[in-house]
Design a protein around this ligand. Structure first.
Ligand SMILES: [Zn+2]
Length: 266
């Protein structure tokens, strides 16, 4: 079976111009429509499917992203590895604008999102101690070093509900509880990917300091401007990394085995 690499593109990285022989695939799922049609094509002979998280015109706000439909659509295309790009704010002095962070942990501060595929006759307690894929992360770090990209090999990403940004009190709290970067999109996308038996790694680009820094106030125009200017780096990273994804088995893909409990069966 040919496996497909999935890319979930965040702000600025939602165009599929890195693919050869690209074609659009529209998918309906039991959870409704994904954020965008998939664009399926190739990178160095590997099959790749890209979905645009916020829709092609960036019109879907974070709380309304249909994560279940997005992950389902990728699974439908036989995706087993997901690389997810995301803009994030920095909660640490040393994480500077334009730096790429490969998070290894998350803190979930969302409140309104469907975070499981199993909400009817089954309960799924998916293990989440190490949520990101170690193998994908190591590959990305290796390539980021080769490309001499400013990066940080690990970090804790806080996902907030949004769409508003944090208050200073919240921003300081997130620093105190161990957050390094902050965004609105990684959770529950990553959780659903694990339920779907996929490896998942985020490529988080720090676009600005979050408002904990006294002189900083976050505004979306700056966020998008910095993100766009660094999009080329992330594209290079994807083009270099994807051809090297040669592992088919990974612990991430096995967590779903044994995590599901049938309910209502006396
Ligand atoms: Zn993995």
């Amino acid at each position: 079976m040919i496996e497909v690499i999935g890319i979930i593109g965040g702000s600025g990285l939602d165009k599929a111009d890195i693919l050869k022989n690209a074609k659009e695939v529209k998918i309906e799922t039991p959870y409704g429509k994904p954020s965008s049609p998939l664009v399926v094509g190739e990178i160095a002979g590997k099959k790749v499917a890209i979905i645009s998280r916020h829709g092609k015109k960036h019109g879907i706000m974070p709380s309304n992203v249909n994560n279940r439909a997005n992950i389902w659509a990728l699974k439908d295309q036989r995706v087993k590895h997901v690389l997810a790009t995301t803009a994030c704010g920095s909660l640490r002095e040393e994480i500077t604008r334009g730096m790429i962070v490969f998070p290894d942990q998350f803190i979930d501060w969302t409140s309104k999102r469907s975070s499981t595929f199993f909400d009817k006759d089954k309960v799924c307690h998916i293990p989440m101690a190490d949520p990101f894929c170690q193998k994908l992360r190591e590959l990305l770090i290796e390539k980021a070093k080769e490309l001499k990209l400013s990066h940080r090999p690990e970090g804790v990403i806080v996902t907030i509900e949004g769409p508003r940004f944090s208050t200073r009190a919240e921003s300081n709290m997130f620093r105190k509880i161990g957050g390094d970067i902050i965004n609105m999109s990684t959770v529950p996308e990553i959780v659903l990917a694990r339920e779907a038996g996929m490896c998942y790694q985020a490529i988080a680009m720090a676009t600005d300091y979050d408002c904990w820094r006294a002189e900083e106030t976050v505004d979306i125009a700056t966020v998008l401007e910095v993100f766009k200017s660094n999009v080329e780096n992330v594209k290079k990273l994807l083009l270099e990394t994807i051809p090297k994804i040669n592992f088919t088995e990974c612990d991430c893909q096995k967590h779903i085995d044994g995590a599901i409990i049938n309910v209502g069966e006396d």
